[in-house]
Design a binder for this molecule. Structure first.
Ligand SMILES: [Zn+2]
Ligand SMILES: [Zn+2]
Length: 318
């Protein structure tokens, strides 16, 4: 499974694109930049789109792809939870903004066909198996697990604190997660349903607690004003947890790997002191999720290697 990042931000500019990803050239995850990022030939290759929720930065290019494919004879299947389907149909495709791709060239063979999906019910998309899982956000939102063979991706879409419930239903080898704000904006992130690096750390600790391993992590949906801060904090988080964490950028391609052992870089301790979560809101988090067990300190070899990278020879936090 190849993941191509089409857009890695929540705002658009000359240098940033709204969030979208493309799997194997045929399955799009969200539609924030599926036309801006792709040639017409590449747009023609899309056969299905999964939408995480109704926010504009995730659905913006649906009318544009509808127009681009209008006379090609292609039907693209669009999957989302009912809330997203209803808002997309009512707000983007009521015929007042752009030509209606839901009924052209005919209602039986439209350019775009909408499919509401239910939480926790596995469904087939092309050659993939997909499952929608609720994630906490300011509007109804779903994360999706996309599986093919022994490779599986969990795409969080937009999410805030509380992913511990989702971990009970998915077992990804790669986690494509949002981090929107820096740690200093945690209160705002909690209010509007997004993650900071500290909140991602909590989510990863709870994943490890639930599943006993950590997937490879790819981060997207950065808010440009916080991007420099977010990247620095994510690099520190990757060193702290020893997790394979990649910060996405538009046009990046990643071949997803099935090998969990390679990714299983954090294991539990035997008798080592608990590692405190760095978030000041830890208490509230733990009331919503089971208490995470402590992370094990990095093996000595890793500690020596990482210690050299820090100014003044300081050791990183375990
Ligand atoms: Zn968003
Ligand atoms: Zn959103």
């Amino acid at each position: 499974m190849e993941l191509r990042v089409l857009g890695a931000h929540n705002m658009e500019s000359k240098h940033t694109r709204m969030e979208s990803h493309l799997i194997d050239g045929v399955l799009a995850l969200d539609a924030g930049s599926i036309t801006r990022a792709l040639s017409f030939d590449e747009q023609l290759g899309i056969r299905a789109i999964i939408l995480s929720h109704r926010h504009f930065d995730h659905v913006r290019d649906l009318p544009a792809i509808g127009l681009a494919l209008r006379n090609t004879g292609v039907t693209v299947d669009v999957y989302a939870i009912p809330d997203t389907i209803e808002f997309v149909a009512a707000k983007l495709f009521d015929g007042s903004l752009f030509p209606d791709p839901l009924n052209f060239p005919s209602p039986e063979n439209p350019t775009l066909r909408l499919h509401p999906v239910q939480f926790y019910q596995e469904f087939k998309v092309l050659d993939y198996t997909a499952t929608a899982v609720p994630v906490p956000h300011s509007v109804p939102a779903a994360g999706f697990q996309i599986a093919s063979g022994d490779v599986s991706l969990f795409y969080t879409g937009d999410t805030g604190r509380g992913l511990c419930e989702a971990w009970k239903h998915v077992t990804p080898t790669t986690l494509l997660a949002e981090v929107t704000f820096g740690n200093e904006n945690e209160a705002w992130a909690l209010e509007v349903g997004h993650l900071t690096p500290n909140l991602l750390e909590e989510a990863l600790v709870s994943f490890n607690e639930e599943r006993g391993y950590l997937p490879k992590v790819i981060v997207a949906h950065m808010s440009p004003p916080w991007e420099v801060q977010v990247k620095g904090e994510l690099r520190r988080l990757a060193r702290k947890l020893g997790v394979d964490l990649q910060i996405s950028r538009a046009d990046m391609r990643v071949t997803l790997q099935p090998d969990r052992l390679r990714l299983k870089t954090v294991t539990w301790s035997d008798g080592t002191p608990p590692q405190p979560l760095s978030s000041p809101s830890r208490g509230r988090y733990l009331r919503r999720c089971r208490r995470p067990r402590p992370l094990r300190r990095h093996p000595p070899a890793d500690r020596r290697r990482m210690g050299k990278r820090l100014p003044g020879g300081r050791m990183p936090a375990p």
